[in-house]
Ligand binder design. Sequence first.
Ligand code: ZN
Length: 214
Amino acid sequence: MLVRHVGGNPRDAYDGVVRTEAVGANSAAAPDRTPPAARKSVELDTEQDLRLLLDFLNTCDVETGTELMDDPAGWQQWCAERGLSSAPDTEAAREIRDTMRASVVCGSGSPRNTPPADRTEATGTSASPAWPIRVVLHGGVPVLTGTDAVGSVLAAATRLVTTGHWDRIKICPAENCLWAFYDRSRNRSRTWCSMRVCGNREKARSWRERRTAG
Ligand SMILES: [Zn+2]
């Protein structure tokens, strides 16, 4: 089984607090006259979106040499474990994942690869003629939702872009790691997935190199 439970990975050093955010709820001065039902309908669960997106980006793992998209049954189980509708086209899922992985920042610099060309459709394969997402009115409020697991990931990713969280998603630059993580540091300065694992490994490596050179 290729699925790794992210919570147990030492490279996921979550240092933030779990919180939810509500759209339009940042004005302390004005009294909130929104009916409770409508307020609830636009509440964003950023932590849940982050968890889902990072899990998806980390369905390939350089360190363990695993690739979930090579294992259709494992991928279906991944979807089921998260309560998502199955997305049988693993090639489409792989392409969307790799496209997103290529576009996020690697370490503290720029994207690891040149971000791919713009896309208006998921893959162009006959199995995925359009994005598996749609907008539904939830209590009269438009909400982006996925029609399958990949759509749910895309909807979560879109919310994270809109709320400005996307820019803090990074890929660890250690070539034997490349783990996707969320940078919770105050000034977005985090480079490594975990100082305890990759940061220390890198420090030891550069120390050895300096020693050899000197
Ligand atoms: Zn790492």
